[in-house]
Design a binder for this molecule. Structure first.
Ligand SMILES: [Ca+2]
Length: 497
């Protein structure tokens, strides 16, 4: 090879090695559904900071979780391994450390996303809820402390200490019937907090993240910020409730007979309690107040990014671990396989790669995030990853996808996992008991009419069914003798939430 060409090659290699890696701001939100203005919104809601983020990148308007529950969804994002291969479909409580490595043999040696970036020269900082933990279960966390250079406060008790609770009126004194879901601590409930934002958990995590963004940029940064609201309990400072007066609350679209042609999610008792006690409007108010509070915290992160020397070259990803029902299909929370449960907000800003303010209905699964971030940062994709990079859709929102989105769940008492696939238009679900549902989202966005038996859609049904995992992994449970269990094996509880 001529000497000049060789020198040029060396020069190019040197320049690309010296080019700064993009920083990553990775924002995880808990239980955020489509009640936000860049997606379908809800009457009375505007989320100006999520709109601001949407204007800077690509809105994935048809993105879905891999599993509709916190723990399995987050492990799938952070390892890139889909539940149909790991067998991790459900929330498993009583952990203190990355017990998911023991829960599923497939995950034992999986490289966590932040650790992968660390291994390639990044400083990995995390705060709040990235892996599963709850406000009311101190020390119960599935975080992997080894995956981070630094974590805000205790990585194995990241959120519980920072959320105040209001003075609660006992249900009996308030004239409510016994049997509130999750019990009388009113965790399934809505109440304003009479404290300033500064005294709430997500605000503190964001303050910490703002401090990280203000540091001199000496090393590429992978910064993960996990925000807990709008997860229950819907308790945020009163000013966010004041944005959504009770008399202005509109209930989501619903049909009384909606489940007549659908699978029973097993949670109708929750909805019965809400309706019986006239709490539906109150709970929607609490959720919307929490969404407004969350949007404000996202804005504070974007402000800090704009003021940071890293701002211009930072990739921003915001995702929620699954969607959320507020009475649609007589369901509350998640743990189902409809669009309302599995569809998540997903925004990706990728400077120099993605168009600004664009939108796509290309189907995405959250397991696609791991390979996407690798490709954007120029890192190799670990072999463990099941997803497909979204970079083609970042470059061109109309670029086709090789497969639809795939979500899996296990319903109590059923012999095997249930799976759902979503393409640009249709959604097909095959449950563990063999029951099927098929919806045409273009004509029926609320999934009121199950058309699985409609001969006119037999072709669509067959086409989508071919994308179901033919042999999904059996559901794993809590392993005996894991060093990451809080309590001795056998006492830890496996729960559906
Ligand atoms: Ca969640």
């Amino acid at each position: 090879m001529p000497r000049l060409a060789c020198s040029l090659l060396v020069l190019v290699a040197t320049l690309s090695a010296a080019a700064p890696r993009p920083d990553v701001l990775f924002i995880a939100v808990d239980d955020l559904n489509d009640y936000i203005s860049p997606l379908d919104a809800h009457p009375g809601v505007r989320t100006p900071n999520l709109e601001r983020l949407a204007r800077r990148g690509v809105t994935f308007a048809n993105a879905h979780c891999a599993a509709p529950a916190c723990h399995p969804s987050r492990v799938a994002v952070m390892t890139g391994v889909h539940p149909v291969r790991s067998g991790l479909y459900l929330n498993l409580f009583g952990a203190h450390g990355p017990r998911w490595r023991d829960e599923s043999p497939v995950l034992r040696d999986a490289v966590v996303l932040s650790a992968h970036f660390r291994a390639h020269g990044y400083r990995a900082a995390g705060g709040g809820k990235i892996f599963h933990s709850l406000q009311w279960t101190p020390g119960d966390s599935q975080n992997d402390p080894a995956a981070w250079d630094e974590y805000f406060r205790d990585p194995l008790d990241p959120i519980s200490a920072d959320w105040p609770r209001p003075a609660l009126v006992p249900d009996a004194a308030a004239g409510l019937t016994p049997g509130r879901p999750l019990g009388d601590r009113q965790l399934f409930g809505a109440a304003p907090l009479d404290v300033p934002d500064e005294d709430t958990g997500d605000h503190r995590v964001v303050d910490w993240a703002r401090g990280i963004l203000a540091r001199p940029p000496e090393q590429p940064l992978f910064l993960a910020v996990g925000l807990f609201r709008p997860h229950i309990p819907w308790e945020v400072p009163r000013r966010w409730f004041d944005l959504h007066p009770l008399e202005s609350i509109v209930l989501p679209r619903h049909r009384a007979d909606d489940l007549a042609d659908a699978h029973d999610h097993g949670r109708t008792a929750w909805h019965r309690w809400v309706v019986e006690n006239r709490q539906w409007e109150r709970f929607v108010q609490g959720y919307l107040a929490s969404v407004s509070y969350l949007d404000h915290q996202v804005g504070r992160l974007l402000d800090a990014l704009d003021a940071s020397p890293r701002g211009a070259r930072t990739i921003v990803v915001l995702w929620s671990d699954h969607g959320f029902h507020l009475g649609e299909k007589a369901n509350w929370e998640k743990f189902a396989l409809w669009d309302q449960t599995t569809r998540v907000p997903l925004f990706i800003r990728a400077p120099g790669v993605a168009g600004e303010g664009t939108r796509t209905r290309a189907p995405a699964t959250l397991t696609d995030l791991y390979p996407t971030l690798c490709e954007l940062a120029g890192l190799p994709v670990p072999v463990q990853c099941d997803g497909l990079s979204l970079v083609p859709q970042l470059r061109d929102p109309s670029a086709p996808r090789a497969r639809p989105a795939l979500t899996a769940h296990v319903f109590r008492g059923e012999p095997g996992p249930s799976q759902a696939v979503a393409d640009e238009r249709y959604r097909f679900i095959r449950y563990g008991n063999g029951f099927e549902e098929l919806y045409d989202l273009r004509r029926d966005p609320d999934e009121f009419d199950n058309r699985a038996a409609d001969p006119a859609l037999a072709g669509e049904r067959a086409r989508l069914a071919a994308f179901l995992a033919p042999r999904p992994a059996a559901s794993v449970g809590i392993p005996a003798g894991s060093v990451h269990s809080l309590r001795p094996a056998g006492k830890a509880k496996k729960q559906a939430r």
